[in-house]
Design a binder for this molecule. Structure first.
Ligand code: PGA
Length: 258
């Protein structure tokens, strides 16, 4: 993909960003085929990145070097180095040319007990090494049904705002309602926009550069719903799970972003 400059007259000051979250999927051969297809696709105006399992970073960095596609990881340690068996540091990710690192994905919050504070610390570690943390927030179905969506995502993002202070401008936020991840249920464009607008206001009230800070939507984004979601004023792109594993689907989503 070859990225172009934002079109003249484009209203949003924010360039769209589409990030593939491969989760724990892939192998050497299928990754190579997927990346070759992505590289061969005509580029649009959106920025594109793939967040891959850490053991593939070397191969992915070689495959994407010189292309317009960025790459990154799906988690990092909040620590610099030391006795943290199984962890990967932000410095290590930077050494492999990562641009992005996802932190606080709901699967890690739920399965690994990651707290809001720990997620904020991971974002701080990423920023300290020149990476862009993609800070994920999102409510469960019970929380949405209980009218707690804004309280939950506000608390989650608030922890990052508090810890990062001025550095908050360096992050990307991803709103991913837990009930929409991998379920085929997507938040309607209006539902998603309403939460995105809430998050942008929270950032503005905290003194962040909220006009330029990007807020992605994630949760069952597909080629056939991406255009409508990305047309909303405060949706600056997507964090794509399942559909990022199929070249044609991911390319179509990237094209929907411009
Ligand atoms: P999904 O996953 O697109 O498969 O719903 C999104 C995510 O978990 O980042």
């Amino acid at each position: 993909m070859v990225a172009g400059a934002p079109a003249a007259g484009q209203q949003s000051p924010r360039r769209k960003l589409v990030v593939g979250n491969w989760k724990m999927n892939g192998d050497g051969a299928s990754n190579a085929a997927l990346l070759a297809a992505l590289k061969a696709a005509p580029g649009g105006e959106a920025e594109v990145s793939v967040c891959v399992p850490a053991p593939y970073l070397h191969d992915v960095s070689k495959a994407l070097h010189g292309s317009s596609i960025h790459w990154g990881a799906q988690d990092c340690s909040s620590h610099e180095s030391g006795a943290f068996t199984g962890e990967v540091s932000a410095a290590m990710l930077a050494e492999f040319g990562c641009c992005h690192v996802i932190v606080g994905h709901s699967e890690r919050r739920a399965m690994h007990g990651e707290s809001d504070r720990l997620v904020a610390e991971k974002a701080a570690a990423a920023l300290a090494h020149g990476l862009v943390p993609i800070v994920c927030v999102g409510e469960t179905l019970a929380e949405r049904d209980g009218g707690k969506t804004e309280a939950v995502v506000g608390r989650q993002l608030g922890a990052a705002v508090d810890l990062l202070a001025k550095r908050i401008d360096g992050i990307v936020v991803a709103y991913e309602p837990v009930w929409a991840i991998g379920t085929g249920k997507t938040a309607s464009p209006a539902e998603a926009q309403s939460v995105h607008a809430f998050l942008r206001k929270l950032l503005a009230d905290a003194g962040a550069a909220s006009r330029t800070l990007r807020i992605l939507y994630g949760g069952s984004v597909k080629a056939d719903n991406a255009t409508q979601l990305f047309a909303e004023a405060d949706i600056d792109g997507g964090l794509i799970g399942g559909a990022s594993l199929k070249a044609a689907d991911f390319i179509a989503i990237c094209q929907a972003a411009g």
